[in-house]
Each structure stands twice: as C-alpha cells, then as structure tokens.
Ligand binder design. Sequence first.
Ligand code: PRP
Length: 175
Amino acid sequence: METKNLKILYPKETIQERVTALAGQIYHDYQPEEVLVVGVLKGSFVFLADLVRELKLPLIIDFVRLSSYGNSLTSSGTVKILKDLETSITGKNVIIVEDIIDTGLSIKVLKDEFTKRQPRSLKICALIDKNFRRKVEIDADYVGITMDRDYFIVGYGLDWAENYRQLPDICSIEP
Ligand code: PRP
C-alpha cells in the first residue's frame, strides 16, 4: 500500500468527549424506552461500539451495509443496500448510526427505505457532518462534529481504500 501523510485532526480525547455528549442527549430523549441502534457498515463500527457502551438505555443492535464510494476519493452517487437488517423495525425507536454524512445520498436512501417500514420513531446520529457537501436535503438529529473544510479523513472507522480504519484518532490525508 502507498503510505499517506497523515495529520491528527480530532484526537481520541476529543472524539470521546463528543461521544459521551451524544450518548447523554440520546439518553435524555429516549429514557426509559428501548432503542434499536442500526450501524451502517463498515465505517460506523468503532463509533457505534463506543456510543452504545456510553448509552445507559435498553437497546438492541443491528447493521446494514450500503455501497456508494468504492475505493475512490469521490462519490459515485449510486447507493444500494448490500446487506439488510436482520430485525424488523416496525413500531420500534430506531437510531441510524453513521460515522460521516457527506453528500447525504447514503443516509437519504436508508432513511426513505426505513420510513416505509413504519418504525415508531427514526433518527440519525452522525459522528461527523460535512453539511456543506450535501447534494440532497437531509439533516442528522445528533451530530458529534461539524466539519466546514473538505479534508479527506481516516481513522476511528473511516478508511482510505480500506486502510487506516483502526487508527484511534481521526486524521486528515495531507498532500
Ligand atoms: C461512507 C460513510 C457513509 C457514506 C457517507 O461510507 O460511512 O455511509 O460514505 O457519504 P455520503 O453522505 O456522500 O453518501 P463508505 O461508502 O465510504 O463505506 P464504508 O463505511 O464501508 O467505508
């Protein structure tokens, strides 16, 4: 693999603070009800693992897998559900957990599909929101970090060509 020049943008301590704050907001909004936390693979797996361990609510976890980007720095604009839920969401409080919302295309497809299944409630929780990059109108209900500059970021679940997901900090790829 070609080695990239990485710079820490959000250190693990900052991420932990934001995750704790998000868990507090979610707890406040739902307690004492149960929630179904849906992770969008692969990028959300680290964030989801940290978030649910801070969330003192009764909850169950499921995953979906979407396709959109491939091994490229730009979006293809095509989103498909490659792996669907194993759980029915009808009548449940659903929180979709994303590592990042960029153009919004992925989360829009998922939200529209989930809405058809008639959950009791449906919200979106994103660790990182690049809202200036939106191509479709959609907002997350819970946002950890709002980015206003267009870095390509890796770490804490986020990848470059499947690499760097395991880094504890979120780093930018520098030229
Ligand atoms: C990333 C991220 C979101 C999506 C956001 O996933 O996890 O699902 O892109 O981009 P969008 O708002 O422009 O649709 P990616 O396709 O890179 O897959 P991965 O999670 O497996 O890395």
